[in-house]
Design a protein around this ligand. Structure first.
Ligand SMILES: *Cc1c(COP(=O)(O)O)cnc(C)c1O
Length: 417
């Protein structure tokens, strides 16, 4: 669900006409709905109410401080994958005891920072990393709380680039080797085993991969118990899909209905790491049509947002619904919606049936709240767009548009040039 809806043929963000926001803040513009975000977050909280749990929002989907503060204010935690994300989570006042840290390439500096911050746990992705974390914890005279990220070899049935729980993926430790690594961890002096972690992929539109993966993880948990290793936290990752086009993904309550009975009699705190399903449909990207080019076969609609603003179509061939802010009766055209960037891969839609768009009008690229701004770049020296949040009739800039000075910040020309 989301609160970007037409009223009398005009697109609104909650109680505010999107056109007004585009005119006030300029384009390209990311707009988030506070109420949608909150509803999506509370849907997890309510669904898993019956069991001890922490909803750790996956920062990489959206790192805006206002989004994170909203999560923090409602009892949420964070799933981070870098020191930078840890910094953002802490700055947004997410309690360190609700922060989990995954990622295959944690550096010494990042590990020290996380140890110093006393995060809930490291989701460790290799034997080398385990030993490194133990060593650093020793030098800091602290105990490192860890879970091993296991790779359960379950096909999430999603795009190859966002599948993470298959044998061929770089993530985690193969589940059949996990027991060995837990034994290793058990013998490390500065490491404390507290959990198991898995995350099998993103934009998953069925419950069954979650069930299959959990089954395998629970078998491992039993095997650990047999060796006297008790885990308190069971981190089942994120990955629930959203509707971009015509997908019909399960809701958090569907996930809860299938997974909670499987945990019966187990004394664990569940950790969930949703990203996309909280913020994806809570955000849109608004852009202005600059030019139209007609070719024999089709149109090119050239807009002021490009792959640097929203990379998903270029990176994954992802579908984002595109609609004008004004719903009027028009003929349809077949068009590629493209950005100003000097790359043929710079498109937001290909061969799309669209209402005949006009020069100067604004369009909304839907479901852009997750992996939108957070994946954006300044390629072609395009200052990053602004971000706005709407709550009812209120709206506020939550990140100012960048200027050309932001482009050159930090650059230095040495004397030898
Ligand atoms: C990306 C990621 C998530 C979030 O995935 P979504 O599909 O956005 O829910 C959760 N956990 C880990 C470890 C991740 O890498």
């Amino acid at each position: 669900m989301h609160l970007f809806t037409y009223r009398n043929g005009e697109l609104y963000a909650e109680e505010v006409p999107v056109k007004k926001l585009a005119e006030t803040y300029g384009t390209p513009l990311y707009i988030y709905s506070y109420t949608t975000l909150l509803k999506h977050f509370l849907a997890y909280r309510d669904a898993f109410d019956r069991v001890p749990h922490i909803v750790c929002f996956a920062l990489k989907a959206n790192t805006n401080a206002s989004v994170l503060r909203l999560i923090a204010n409602n009892g949420g935690g964070a799933d981070v994958v870098s020191g930078g994300e840890l910094f953002r989570a802490l700055r947004a006042k997410i309690p360190s005891k609700k922060i989990v840290y995954a990622g295959v390439g944690k550096t010494e500096g990042e590990i020290r920072y996380a140890l110093k911050s006393r995060i809930l746990m490291f989701n460790v992705e290799s034997g080398d990393e385990l030993i490194e974390i133990d060593r650093l914890a020793g030098t800091m005279k602290v105990k490192a709380p860890i879970a091993l990220r296991v790779n359960p070899d379950v096909d999430p049935g999603t795009h190859a680039y966002i599948a993470t729980g298959l044998k061929k993926n770089k993530f985690g430790i193969p589940i059949e080797e996990a027991l060995e690594y837990y034994k290793l961890a058990q013998n490390l002096k500065n490491t404390k085993i507290i959990g198991i972690h898995k995350h099998i992929g993103s934009q998953i539109t069925k419950v069954s991969p979650f069930v299959d993966a959990l089954k395998k993880v629970l078998l491992l948990m039993d095997a650990l118990q047999g060796r006297g290793i008790q885990v308190r936290y069971l981190d089942i990752g994120g990955g629930l899909g959203i509707t971009y086009k015509d997908e019909d993904p399960p809701l958090p309550q569907d996930l809860a209905k299938s997974l909670i009975p499987m945990l019966k009699g187990r004394n664990v705190t569940l950790i969930l790491e949703p990203g996309r399903s909280i913020v994806g449909n809570a955000g849109i990207l608004v852009s202005q049509v600059l030019y139209l080019k007609k070719r024999a076969e089709k149109y090119f609609v050239i807009i002021d947002a490009g792959m640097n603003d929203l990379m998903r179509p270029s990176l994954y061939g992802a579908y984002h619904h595109i609609q004008p802010l004004e719903k009027t009766v028009r003929k349809t055209i077949c068009a590629d919606v493209v950005g100003p960037i000097c790359e043929s891969g710079d498109f937001l839609a290909k061969d799309r049936e669209l209402p005949a768009l006009k020069r100067g009008e604004f369009i909304a690229v839907m479901s852009a709240g997750a992996y939108g701004y957070s994946m954006s770049s300044r390629y072609n020296s395009r200052p990053r767009s602004a971000e706005v949040m709407v709550k009812g009739k209120e709206h506020s800039l939550i990140r100012r548009r960048e200027t050309c000075y932001d482009l050159i910040r930090g650059e230095h020309i040495p004397d030898f040039i």
